[in-house]
Write a protein that binds this ligand. Structure first.
Ligand SMILES: [Zn+2]
Length: 374
């Protein structure tokens, strides 16, 4: 405390001379509120996590962050009888001190790790609040897959997830007649929060896969940065776009569910509805296909916690039984969820290490695996 007061005094004294720098301030990555998307978005997608959908209907995931509201400035001085100018100086000084002592956002720490940690593979924590020990890399090319957006270094996951993607690529190719699949983000080498797009994908058990057939040729790194996924949803946000949606997309989604470790496959409600209307034969797979914000140009596959991972926290409940194809299953998604969003006044607070399971500190501090391959 004494150190803090001393620091405050020093900064106050210097504040009049120099504009204090805001430190430890990361670029905001407020998960884009899924406002009514006017145009097909490129591959920048709202993720399950925020905002929490209103009542009962959608139970997919992730509670709103209880800590969104920044702590009130309890240590703000009363500053009643100071001249305005002085008040400004004091406030800036206090801001400077706060920023000096503020913990770094966890996303900065995790993004800085280019390789996974040594240790047994472990998914730690919850999809939007966790990390990954002993992650493995999905190679960027396989017979039936190619990884996109290599610059993001997010082709890492729990070994179960990497195995899943490899196996799914074969099933998907067979089911659709495509050459294979285009894979978006898995996780960072050590999981954890990331700079952009996601609130989940932190434990190495989530993967995004595009609604785009893999081309025959091997894409160049540049093509992998620039290509966009294809939006399957019409402008009204309640129907699929007949120009882009094909029956192969349903075969693709069905194939994604066909693995006992899949907890759910998140997808735009309009696409699920179309599948509800057109699926024939066995329809049991539809229960794992759950509507979520965004996901109009890719699916998000979430695996259950692997066996023997005591620190992994799965979804609190399995997807409700049944196809979930009734009008009531879509009501929220075709009304409230597609209303234009009010701009929120404050970006959500970035997660710090204190928000993550304590084991994540060890994951961050652990030595790296010496090679990218396992
Ligand atoms: Zn995702």
């Amino acid at each position: 405390m004494m150190r803090l007061v001393a620091l405050l005094l020093i900064v106050t004294a210097t504040a009049a001379h120099a504009e204090p720098q805001r430190l430890a301030q990361a670029p905001g990555d407020a998960p884009a509120a899924p406002a009514k998307p006017a145009a097909p978005a490129p591959y920048v997608l709202p993720e399950p996590g925020q905002p929490a959908p209103a009542p009962a209907t959608p139970v997919e995931s992730i509670k709103p962050d209880p800590a969104e509201a920044a702590a009130p400035p309890a240590d703000e001085p009363a500053a009643t009888d100071q001249p305005e100018e002085k008040k400004g100086v004091v406030k800036r000084a206090i801001d400077a001190v706060k920023s000096l002592i503020a913990p770094k956002p966890a996303k900065e720490l995790f993004a800085a790790k280019k390789l996974p940690s040594l240790g047994e593979a472990m998914a730690i924590g919850y999809y939007p609040r966790g990390c990954l020990q002993g992650g493995v890399e999905l190679p960027i090319n396989g017979a039936h897959w190619q990884v996109m957006r290599l610059s993001r270094n997010r082709n890492w996951g729990h070994p179960d997830l990497v195995r899943y993607v490899k196996n799914f690529s074969i099933r998907a190719a067979k089911a659709t007649g495509w050459n294979g699949i285009l894979v978006g983000d898995l996780a960072q080498p050590r999981g954890g929060p990331a700079f952009s797009d996601h609130t989940s994908h932190q434990t190495g058990l989530d993967v995004d896969i595009w609604f785009v057939p893999m081309p025959k040729e091997t894409l160049t790194p540049e093509q992998r940065e620039k290509m966009s996924a294809v939006n399957l949803v019409a402008d009204d946000w309640k129907h699929v776009n007949p120009q882009t949606y094909t029956p192969q997309h349903m075969a693709f989604v069905k194939a994604a569910t066909e693995d006992p470790q899949v907890d759910r496959v998140l997808i735009n409600a309009a696409i699920k509805k179309k599948m509800c209307e057109t699926a024939t034969g066995d329809r049991s797979w539809l229960s794992k296909v759950r509507p979520w914000y965004g996901h109009h140009d890719h699916i998000h596959v979430r695996l259950k916690c692997p066996a023997g991972q005591p620190n992994c926290r799965g979804m609190s409940s399995p997807p409700p039984a049944g196809e979930a194809c009734g009008d009531s299953d879509f009501k929220f998604w075709f009304t409230k969820a597609i209303e234009p969003k009010k701009p929120s006044s404050k970006p959500p607070r970035a997660l710090t290490m204190a928000d993550l399971p304590k084991e994540c500190k060890q994951v961050l501090a652990a030595p790296a695996k010496s090679s990218k391959t396992q």
